[in-house]
Design a protein around this ligand. Sequence first.
Ligand code: ADP
Ligand code: MG
Length: 698
Amino acid sequence: MKKLPEYFGSLVFGPTVMRERLPAETYNSLMRTINEGKDLDIEVANVVANAMKEWAIEHGATHYTHWFQPMTGITAEKHDSFISPTPDGKVIMEFSGKQLVRGEPDASSFPSGGLRATFEARGYTAWDPTSYAFIKGNTLCIPTAFCSYGGHALDKKTPLLRSMEALNKQALRILTLFGHTEVSYVYPTVGAEQEYFLIDREMYNKRPDLIFTGRTLFGAPPPKGQELGDHYFGSIKPRVAAFMEDLNEELWKLGILAKTEHNEVAPSQHELAPIHTTVNVATDHNQLTMEIMKQVALRHGLVCLLHEKPFAGVNGSGKHNNWSLNTNTGVNLLSPGETPYENAQFLLFLVAVVKAVDDYQDLLRVSVATASNDLRLGGNEAPPAIISVYLGSELTAILESIELGIPYNATIKGKIQLGTSVLPPLPLDTTDRNRTSPFAFTGNKFEFRMLGSSDSIACANIMLNTAVAESLRQFADVLEGASDFKAALNDLIRDTFSKHKRIIFNGNGYDDAWVKEAVENRGLLNLKTTPDCMPYLISKKNLDMLVSHNVYSSEELHSRYEILLTNYCKVIKIEALTMLDMTRRHILPAIGAYVSEIASMAAAKMAVSGNIDCSYEKSLLERLSALMSIISSRAEELEEKVNKVHGIQDVTEQSYGYRDLVIPKMSELRAAVDEAELITAEKHWPFPSYGDLLYSVR
Ligand code: ADP
Ligand code: MG
């Protein structure tokens, strides 16, 4: 077997293969396109396409596809084979520059939120050379952006690339002021930690709720959940280890830097963290990782659940988005120096992020809003729906001293003494773990923890990049006009901190007192549900900002509003219908069968002697019969609400209906069913229990 370094990236048409296979001139010209955004001419594209095709065929590919990310949140592909007929009835394998650079999938069924009438089906895909082509199965996949014929972005990649450009532009203005003219490109890096559950495939197949909705809609709590904390970082079970091994290999072949894996808090929950890379590539890689996780799981008789809250009562899954800013000269702009106080440039970028998160807390919240993530945010395992920034005590103290205009005493405040004279004082670790913060500074990066496990990381990073670009734009406007740069810089850091310190919170985000403090004293937003936050996506303040940086047009934003809310409604409707189906066709008949079994038992006993004690049967029959009535009437009520809400035309109103009328009825129905599950014989219960699902993989 080949060693890891040999097969790492073997299925990627990356720089090494390119250098080997492309004429030097073509290679250089392509690199200029990749690194400097220069236009690519068709001659160069032809040469690249041909080399790509040869390489792909050698690796077993017969097809190619433009791989893109429509607004469904998953990836899309339409495969074309390389074949082209010849006059003698044979075929040759062809792939031209034109086919590489541009595609026209008939994409009329992707959501466009009104951007493109269905009769005008044509959207087109355009090659994104900054994310390398790769081979999946028998197909050469070419990462592409997806736009309408009129040039509107129909995907998540296009706005992401635009947001990177906006951030680059403004960050360069700042770096120029600091004299860093050697820097020509600034880009965000992201490492997305991915949480997921693995359950047994056989069990999964018996749960219509998992099949149709990705989460359990019913299920009584098992005797043991996560309370002992014995799963977190526990030893990895053989079946899971085999899965991880296989998964890593697949990811490594695709050049994905899978690095860390461990068991998470809930039983059957795990995490995979890759090494960070450019946000655009990190986004593509995360999409691929999710897809490959699912595929590899199936090969192991498992199912990988990426839903944010597959099981009630135990932790759900998120995705931690570690974000930082890098220069093409290899400097991390969010990395403090030895003495952070002296590092004014670092502090400026730091407060730029703080300001961005405060000014655009609404947009960041919107960027992670989905029906499934609503089930998790604010729960005990996930950050609250209120956005705040954790900076740690040292950085906060430094900024406070700047605000007060007093010198920061690094020798006292910033160092911790270890209580023995043998060890020198160590710098206080600014990364001390605050797991409850939704947006935490962790040493040289920020960790945004509100993302859902199944979501594309594109949206969160689009908003983050652009919000920070906006802070930097305002800073550059001030500093470029300043007569005394140093004084202006000091004032800017001080004033920004003063103005935005309300968003900084180093305490326990799960505490109820924080919710009160945040909302009542600090005026921070607490947007609990998707319908609560969606209006902020198109509020004037946010729309103007996103449009001014050319990240979204007004039409594009409105289309996203439409799509996200429609999706919210659809998801809840599917869940409600699944519950009704499970209740009526499986659960009530199952309880009924058990009831009649108990009744027969009582009748048989009575037939032997009228004096035999049947109090057990009687009380159980009474409880179960009562529950059956409750369940059936709650199902009726749920159905009525679904029908009512389904009839609402306006999507905003409809989303309120699902949230306020349908979801509460779903909870009521579930409560009664879960109660019945606990007293129904296992052999009658039609679905594997939580205990079966959570503890079946060994
Ligand atoms: P933890 O679970 O403690 O948060 P992990 O090691 O699981 O830590 O994940 C940390 C993530 O942060 C990794 O994906 C890592 O590559 C990423 N990371 C580290 N440095 C940077 C950086 N400069 N920019 C973006 N991400 C980074
Ligand atoms: Mg983390």
